[in-house]
Design a protein around this ligand. Structure first.
Ligand code: HEM
Length: 146
């Protein structure tokens, strides 16, 4: 009797722990989630810098754009959690769509890199806007709802 009283709270704690881990966001700690975090960090830093572009910082901008592009290239071969959780028959088409969109995103990041290298700030702004639109559409279609 005494032992079961002691075990019960432990069982409750263990049950709660397993609930919180399954309630954790699906993209956390996945290679895709990590690549996205790197993209987000570089994109945010670039957005802040490009409000007042400084030609002397051009090399740093190019590096940030290269991070966005390189991480996006990695993402092309990763499978979003949302797609893994779909019925098998639906996966090939949506995976194809995801790869197409991620390819386009990586290409635009390449365009951004070139524009920054040439100090063409308005071209860079246009590429940044396009990346932002890709993000909205990509998250809407392929990211698991929180
Ligand atoms: C500027 C562009 C983008 C930014 C700043 C961005 C940012 C993020 C962030 C912060 C996360 C959460 C990562 C985590 O939980 O650790 C995420 C997840 C995700 N993003 Fe993006 N993203 C961008 C573009 C895209 C694009 C273009 C696509 C698809 C074509 C995409 C698809 C996804 C997916 C599928 C996830 C969930 C990860 C998973 O399923 O494992 N994102 N993104």
């Amino acid at each position: 009797m005494k032992a079961s009283i002691r075990i019960l709270p432990l069982a409750i704690i263990l049950a709660m722990l397993s609930l919180t881990s399954s309630a954790r966001s699906a993209d956390e700690d996945t290679p895709l989630g990590e690549a996205m975090d790197a993209i987000a960090k570089a994109y945010k830093a670039l957005g802040t810098e490009l409000k007042t572009p400084d030609p002397a910082r051009k090399d740093a901008y190019v590096k940030l754009a290269a991070t966005i592009r390189d991480e996006a290239v990695k993402c092309i071969d990763l499978v979003p959690a949302k797609i893994s959780a779909m019925p098998e028959a639906e996966r090939p088409q949506i995976l194809k769509d995801y790869k197409t969109d991620m390819n386009k995103f990586a290409e635009t990041a390449g365009v951004l890199k070139i524009a920054l290298g040439e100090a063409k700030w308005s071209d860079a702004d246009a590429a940044m806007k396009s990346l932002k639109e890709d993000k909205s559409s990509g998250h809407e279609q392929f990211k698991m709802e929180e």
